[in-house]
Ligand binder design. Structure first.
Ligand code: GTP
Ligand code: SPV
Ligand code: MN
Length: 596
């Protein structure tokens, strides 16, 4: 498929290390994909679903010990420890290569080595980059064929260039004790062993498009971010693009595909999806920030996805999709998950492969759920009814606003705008959110997750903050405006106060209007906050007082927040940009001036 010496010699090395029985190049053709599906069904790796109801759709179950990203086993192996920084696990690259090669050696015995040439971004786009993933898992191949652009064209565009990312995945025995997800930013290389789940093994996604690409963006003057990209079309047909960074399982896919409430839809408002998880952003010829989605599909959280919460995502899963760790509905050979509808199947198999029926379900006990809380669908972007016409264009879309957000039961108001770019970088760098099932470990614990990149920044996060500040200087008055949102404030009983989902369009509208200088706001201690009457509540069962509560800034809560930020910032030592220290001082001063 290629004469590129750098690729061929790497493949030779890999091959003599892993010792496969067979080698297969993936060309991404329908015929080849169909053949692999058949093989996976024959071995039991995948289950074919109802061809009428879910054409070309398959179900896969991972091992119960392998259901999410593993942050404690994810490493940034830069030559110097300082370059990995205080927020990453680090290991000396030599030592790690030795350990990984020992695990990988001979591990493809009796297996096939699949070689996947793929592009992150539309092939040929000036923002796109190429990678090669070697894997011994058909599940990985089929997912990569949905999530990225695969095949010979990628190699043709690459030519004899050495600018491609080496990705080696070895499933091994899926032994959690020997599981490692390792990145070598200086070598353009990724090695992942002993997992077969999502973000650990679809190496184009978090490993390349965020960890390696963030490092590349730092060196080359662009940005790789954990952000959705959407276009909000107004009744005049003007589309304004925004990018939003929320931590894993905090609402990116949902916001990216939202359907505005009836009163806005009738006026002519519409959302177009460019991306739901990752944005690569470069300064364009006109000096604005342009974003592409490097992916070609959605790897979305299944539970909670339904016709009402995310119609467009659900539609996207109805053809050519792969479901991972959801419930198998044996009544009609389809799938089910908690929150899909109120009719759980009475004859079903749960995500672990055991018989399941609704009488076994206990809301308080997640082990009784039919689908794993981090069960996912892999769906082609082209299936999405609201996919943007810009999706396949390589130039990217101009970003007017950047939105940060997370799960905060208290503290952060529904929405606020930063005073300027520097303050916006402060807001992003101090973001916090309750942890979710997207990563192994405790759920619901508040942690600082700067720019939603804590698990994904491939270099020292202090340098990353400085890179953000530098980008702002280059963008000058063309820089996107920066906002923060929180859909997850709860009342005293722990219920979400804001209805969320499609209703978030009301907040998006205020954000876009602010970018155009059309909406009002009040300058508070933490930034610009809409006055309650600035958020349209038409047809909504929420009164102005409740909204006032959602927009309030509590002095005591925020003073505690500022104290926690002091501790958070201490981690970065000398690497913490002075601009951010100054922003913290401003916040403290503003809070001190508030009446008790
Ligand atoms: P990753 O794919 O892990 O990066 O997640 P994501 O950020 O794309 O999150 P996603 O949109 O899949 O949402 C995750 C969970 O949050 C789902 O269970 C949703 O139902 C829920 N969720 C999304 N948006 C909202 C919202 O506006 N309000 C509330 N209450 N829940 C939401
Ligand atoms: C996330 O955890 O942010 C995801 C899913 O988008 S994974 O691909 O597993 O990283
Ligand atoms: Mn994500």
């Amino acid at each position: 498929m290629t004469k590129n010496i750098t690729i061929l010699s790497w493949l030779n090395e890999v091959r003599s290390l892993v010792k496969p029985d067979k080698v297969v190049w993936i060309d991404g053709s329908e015929e080849q994909i169909e053949e692999l599906r058949k093989e996976a069904v024959a071995t039991g790796e995948m289950i074919k679903l109802n061809e009428k109801l879910l054409p070309d759709c398959y179900l896969h179950r991972t091992k119960p010990n392998d259901v999410a990203r593993v942050e404690d086993r994810t490493f940034i192996c830069s030559r110097s420890k300082e370059n990995a920084g205080p927020t990453n696990n680090w290991c000396d690259p030599k030592e790690m290569y030795t350990k990984l090669y020992d695990i990988a050696r001979g591990s493809y015995k009796g297996r096939t080595m699949y070689i996947i040439p793929y592009s992150m971004g539309p092939i040929g786009s000036p923002i796109a980059k190429a990678g090669i993933e070697v894997t011994d898992s058909i599940y990985v191949v089929l997912n990569m064929c949905i999530m990225t652009r695969v095949g010979k064209k990628v190699l043709d565009v690459l030519g004899d260039s050495n600018d491609w990312v080496r990705g080696l995945h070895c499933k091994c025995d899926v032994d959690p004790e020997k599981r490692y997800i390792c990145h070598f930013p200086e070598d353009n290389a990724i090695i992942s062993v002993n997992s077969a789940y999502g973000g650990n093994v679809l190496l184009g996604k978090k490993c390349f498009a965020l960890r390696i690409a963030s490092y590349q963006g730092w060196k080359e003057g662009w940005m790789a971010e954990h952000m959705l990209i959407l276009g909000l079309e107004n009744p005049q047909g003007k589309i304004t693009y925004v990018a939003a960074a929320f931590p894993s399982a905090c609402g990116k896919t949902n916001l990216a595909m939202l359907i505005p409430p009836k009163y806005l839809k009738e006026k002519g408002y519409k959302v177009w999806t460019v991306g739901d998880d990752i944005a690569w952003m470069k300064i364009g010829p006109d000096g604005r920030l342009y974003a592409i989605n490097p992916e070609n599909g959605f790897f979305g959280v299944a539970p909670g996805t339904n016709e009402k919460s995310n119609f467009n995502a659900l539609e996207s899963t109805k053809r050519g999709a792969i479901f991972t760790n959801v419930c198998h509905n044996l009544e009609n050979d389809t799938v089910w998950w908690e929150g899909l509808d109120k009719n759980p199947p009475t004859f079903a198999v749960d995500w672990k492969g055991y018989p399941w029926n609704p009488s076994m379900f206990n809301k308080a006990d997640k082990t009784t759920y039919a689908a794993h809380p981090n069960s996912r669908f892999t769906a082609p972007a082209k299936n999405c009814p609201c996919v943007s016409s810009e999706f396949d264009k390589g130039e990217g879309v101009p970003i007017s606003a950047i939105i940060f957000g997370g799960r905060r039961a208290k503290c952060a108001p529904l929405v606020y705008q930063s005073r300027d770019w520097e303050h916006g970088v402060f807001v992003g760098s101090t973001m916090a959110s309750e942890t979710t099932a997207a990563a192994a470990g405790a759920v619901g614990v508040v942690r600082r997750d700067p720019m939603a990149m804590l698990p994904f920044c491939g270099y020292n996060m202090g340098d990353y903050f400085q890179h953000w500040l530098d980008m702002g200087k280059r963008l000058g008055d063309k820089a996107p405006k920066i906002f923060n949102v929180n859909w997850f404030r709860t009342d005293d009983d722990g219920n979400f106060i804001w209805p969320g989902y499609g209703e978030n369009a009301r907040v998006l509208n205020w954000i876009v209007d602010r970018c155009e200088g059309k909406a009002d706001a009040e300058l508070t201690a933490i930034g610009y906050i809409p006055r309650p009457e600035d958020i349209d509540l038409t047809d909504l069962d929420i009164d102005l007082d409740t909204l006032k509560g959602l927009l309030s800034v509590d002095k005591a809560v925020w003073t505690k927040e500022a104290d926690e930020i002091v501790v958070h910032y201490e981690k970065f030592g000398d690497k913490l940009p002075k601009e951010l220290k100054e922003q913290l001082a401003i916040l403290k001063k503003n809070l001190a001036a508030l009446p008790d």
